[in-house]
Design a protein around this ligand. Sequence first.
Ligand code: SR1
Ligand code: MG
Length: 401
Amino acid sequence: MSSYHALTEAEAVEFARSLPDLFTPGSELTSREIGDGNLNLVFHIVEPSTGKSIILKQALPYAKVVGESWPLSLDRARIESEALMIQESLCPDLVPHVFVYEKDLALTVMEDLSDHVIMRRGLIEGNRYPLFAGHIGRFLAHTLFYTSDLGMNQQEKKLRVKRFINPDLCKITEDLIFDDPYRNADTNDVPPAIQDAVEAIWNDSELHLEVAILRSGFLTKAQALLHGDLHTGSIFIKPDSTKVIDPEFAYYGPMGFDIGAVFANLLLNFAAQEGWSKDEASRKDYRTYLTDTIRDTWNVFEQEFRSLWNEHGVDRVSKTPGYQDWYMSQLLQDAVGYTGSKTVRRVHGLAQVADINKLEDAAAKERAQRIALRIGTTLIKQHRKTQSIEELIDIAWKAVQ
Ligand code: SR1
Ligand code: MG
């Protein structure tokens, strides 16, 4: 089974059986392919007699969501497993443990998190996660700081940049986030009810300039090792635990891109609340929970990041008075801009989100789409002027008035 081919459920069991020390020798194992993402196979392997379980994640040589016409490098499985191991060394409680990476099969064996739920689903169900902002703020601060020139040896960082060159997955982002939503591209899936709002985006040259500036940061600003796709479908959660999964889009890019991914996906849920909340009071309450989570995440991130910088910074020049404040203000502006970009693409681009698309009521769905576009485009246009996280939150609330 050593040369690459997509595994069947039976072969996944056979592979799991060959792993040392995970299961009882000779015991029965079950296997189910549970992957519901856009790119990979995911096998859930269970030993019923003991309840032990693991996940086998296998990269396919094409984008599953589109088909074999969109080839993708299998090297992303290496990138994902190495990123997970680096993240585990920095935040052991916030990512799944990797047991084995098998290069020839592009296969990663990792801890099973099925006692958690995917956060997007948890939010759609109206659940609240009071520890999330602290967890994700710390994840962002530690993974971004310690992989940047501020927190690691700068020569080693350059070698790491090389190891995380991820052209196929970056190209997906470059096209689907920074290009296609702003023109009449074949990949778009424009909801007919909002054709007018989408065409306004295609014709908005002020918006296009700001998107080009954000894209330039994504293409060239190798600040830190990013997760690269940190939406709420890449987070497993339960009330006392948060686990960040799926860093196959990892590469060296602008820190604000990961922060913006978290904010954008909270805002997509915010936009859809007219469909999910049962009345006006609960809608306002849940939206407040979501914007409080954004504020708390930023505040935890900023405080942790600054204290890591002050206590563990390795770069003499970065201690220059005023530099840290300048850096943090650029970082906030990037985060706001990428929040906007990552919000807009989920409304009429390829790979939309269940927060909006699962709404059954057509009027509620249209309203959610229009709100999300309003929030996203305003954030993109305002990002270079933003001074405080409160401005992002105000933009969200104004869009629902
Ligand atoms: C072709 S892949 C589409 C999207 O799925 C992933 O989760 C990324 O967000 C990507 O843009
Ligand atoms: Mg993913």
